[in-house]
Design a protein around this ligand. Structure first.
Ligand code: ADP
Ligand code: MG
Length: 697
């Protein structure tokens, strides 16, 4: 029965827009430009905004600063071109009580939309300018002849438009589609679930999102669809998790003997936190289900040793392990740490990166395939097609935020999956871990190794710079070393080198001329980079001037000073990463953020950074202030964008959706129950490809 109904509903929603008399062929063609093809597209093509005209007044009665609307006639249209074409379009409108000016900046096309004599409904927060009321970038409704002058609604939907379709037409069509088809879509949620989370049923929600009675009903409607969007996402993530748990991995239990052998190799006692995390990791690896664990630990919390522990366990079982890192510098550094640790053992390992010669690469690949290498450390070069392992059992990815969902999938093998440990020092806000990494278990290193002191952080204004460099010189004379980081002035590669070289030139011939200075940037060859790193590590150079390539992972304990020039250009999480490069040995660390001109807000942000050493708190703050940024862009994580939901703003809803999705998947892992088929279809349409869920059920 419901099967029949579902087909009917589906058919109705799939009707082409051409077939509707109130759309017509011509307008349907225009709607295609907005990617609207079917009745369903129009019904689920929600407004991008709303115009609140509940407070309508005559011009003389306007109040400053509140959202208000006026109904007035255009008396004059003018435009003023500025330099660089940054024009200003301005209209003068009037009603029986007075006049008001409305202006638009940088939108020259607005001019053609107005004519003297038109009746407009304008909404904005008015300001008194001189003797005249002004509205800047108001929302506009053209109350044309075809339209009743009395708008019954107090909250008007605003749709995305295309040339040839007016807002008025769009509203009419949306209202029509709601009238005619608004009751067609079938509810995907059970009564119980709707009640539990106070969600509007689908038909009410569709009506309210297109034709809201007031702000409250609009908020309710939006919440229902946000819940749905996040629920579908969480379903996908949960199902992926279940699928992963179905695949097999080699079980690598740790005997007391293996444990003792590894412990003997470690150069220091593990902290309590490290010990706990190691135990979590080993417990996962002991099972024949793949470990999928995210290890979050602030910079300097000692994640490397946890990774090496896990790697040694795999090797002790005669399996191979891979350690993947975002930069070649980091690959070589890890290799050195490993070499030091394994001085007295027979573990065979190699580094594979962009700078590896062709001959060397061929040799490494052969050995990996033949099982003659136990550990491979490298950049994304190690996940290329041509790389074959004999018996890969563990993959560790350091600094996960640099890798996306797709790469993670690429490392999987057909018959069995390696255990998988991801490490990140860029603390990922909880809302994001739940979403992007919702299929991972999470371990956290919350404590720094003993003796570690917080890095003293200063904001250095231009007039304080001399004093700052004087301070740096003192530290260098004491035998310490310093990093100087200069920003990329432009994304394009060509200007990277000059900006850093400039800083290098200036310091060499100025503030730090008495010291040995090295240079490191992305345009250098891998060999040159390695040399620069080696020189700094050995103390050959006392100062390393670099781009932010040293941001991740670099560990030179004798370096105690970090200077970041152009500090205002960096995100807080990134500054925190950079700061984490110092204060690692027994010496107190110092970080100077050299700033140029910053806004009030920019300074507040940087001050928050100087005042806090809690990487997690800073990441949350950065996330709030700047949004997820490109670290978590769609491109990076490989998931389709969300339409209505905002992971930061809607985190409460996200929690609820996640909980319910997990319950549902636990009860019906393939979503094959009749009542779940519609959800299953929505999930597959949206995430099937991105998350490789083709074979659900
Ligand atoms: P991150 O978590 O940033 O990758 P690392 O693994 O590079 O941190 O460790 C930072 C520094 O702390 C390294 O020099 C490392 O040798 C040292 N370290 C890590 N764990 C301990 C420990 N338990 N006791 C003493 N020093 C430690
Ligand atoms: Mg690290």
């Amino acid at each position: 029965m419901s099967g029949v109904m579902e087909t009917d509903a589906k058919q109705l929603l799939n009707h082409s827009l051409e077939s509707l008399t109130w759309v017509g062929r011509q307008r349907a063609v225009l709607l295609h430009k907005l990617d609207l093809w079917t009745v369903g597209d129009l019904l689920f093509g929600f407004p991008r905004d709303y115009q609140d005209i509940s407070d309508e007044r005559v011009i003389a009665q306007l109040d400053e600063g509140e959202l208000q609307s006026v109904r007035a006639v255009v008396a004059e249209v003018s435009s003023a071109g500025g330099r660089f074409g940054k024009g200003r379009v301005s209209i003068l409108v009037g009603d029986e009580s007075g006049h008001l000016r409305a202006t638009w900046f940088n939108q020259p096309f607005m001019q053609s939309k107005f004519e003297v004599g038109q009746l407009l409904l304008l909404t904005a927060k008015p300001k008194m300018r001189g003797m005249m009321w002004e509205m800047s970038h108001p929302q506009v409704v053209w109350l044309g002849s075809e339209e009743a002058t009395e708008e019954p609604r107090k909250l008007l939907p605003v749709y995305s438009l295309t040339e040839g379709i007016s807002q008025y037409h769009m509203r009419r069509m949306a209202a029509n589609v709601v009238e005619e088809f608004g009751n067609v879509p079938e509810e995907v949620f059970s009564e119980a679930l709707l009640a539990k989370y106070h969600l509007l049923p689908i038909h009410e929600a569709l009506r309210a999102i297109h034709l809201p009675e007031d702000q409250e009903s609009l908020a309710l409607a939006r919440r229902r669809f946000i819940f749905q969007e996040l629920f579908i996402l969480q379903l996908a993530v949960s199902i992926r998790r279940v699928q992963q748990q179905k695949t097999l991995s080699p079980a690598l239990p740790v005997s007391a003997k293996i444990n003792a052998r590894i412990q003997r190799l470690l150069p220091f006692e593990l902290t309590e936190s490290q010990d706990k995390v190691v135990r979590e990791v080993l417990a996962d690896m002991a099972l024949d289900r793949p470990m999928n664990r995210l290890l979050q630990g602030d910079v300097g919390s000692g994640k490397t040793i946890v990774a090496l522990y896990a790697i040694l366990v795999a090797v002790a079982h005669g399996h191979q392990a891979a350690l993947m890192v975002p930069t070649e510098i980091l690959a070589r550094q890890h290799a050195e740490t490993l070499a030091e640790l394994l001085k007295a053992s027979r573990v065979r390992f190699a580094v594979l990166a962009g700078g590896t010669s062709k001959r060397e690469r061929t040799e490494i690949l052969e050995k990996l395939a033949a099982g003659e290498l136990d550990v491979i450390i490298g950049t994304h070069a190690i996940i290329q097609e041509s790389v074959r392992f004999k018996n890969l059992a563990l993959v560790v990815v350091d600094e996960q935020h640099k890798f996306g969902v797709k790469q993670r999938a690429a490392l999987r093998q057909d018959d069995h999956s390696p255990h998988y440990l991801v490490m990140t020092a860029t603390p990922i806000p909880r809302t994001l871990t739940m979403t992007l990494f919702g299929d991972l278990d999470i371990s956290s290193l919350r404590e720094l190794p003993v003796g570690r002191q917080p890095v003293n952080t200063y904001l250095v204004d231009p007039e304080k710079q001399e004093a700052w460099w004087c301070f740096v010189r003192d530290r260098l004379r004491e035998g310490r070393q310093a990093f100087v980081v200069a920003p990329l002035i432009d994304e394009s590669e060509t200007v990277v080198a000059p900006s850093v070289s400039q800083a290098f030139e200036q310091l060499t011939n100025g503030e730090l001329e008495a010291f040995r200075i090295g240079l490191l940037h992305g345009r250098m060859s891998p060999a040159e980079k390695q040399q620069a790193m080696d020189d700094f590590r050995s103390g050959e150079t006392q100062v390393l001037v670099s781009t932010s390539v040293i941001e991740v992972g670099v560990d030179v304990p004798n370096a105690s000073v970090m200077a970041v020039s152009g500090g205002e250009r960096f995100g807080l999480a990134q500054l925190h990463q950079l700061r984490g490069r110092v204060g690692r040995g027994g010496h107190p660390g110092y970080c100077g953020v050299l700033i140029g001109e910053v806004s009030e807000k920019g300074r507040e942000r940087l001050q928050a950074f100087a005042d806090s050493t809690d990487g997690f708190a800073l990441a949350e703050l950065d996330f709030k202030l700047r949004g997820p940024g490109d670290l978590f862009s769609t491109q990076q994580h490989g998931l389709p964008p969300l339409y209505l939901a905002d992971l930061q703003r809607d985190r409460d809803v996200l929690e609820e959706a996640r909980r319910e999705a997990q319950l549902l998947v636990a009860a019906d892992p393939g979503l094959i129950h009749e009542a779940h088929l519609k959800l299953r279809r929505q999930m597959l349409v949206r995430y099937g490809k991105a998350l490789n869920l083709g074979d659900v059920g």
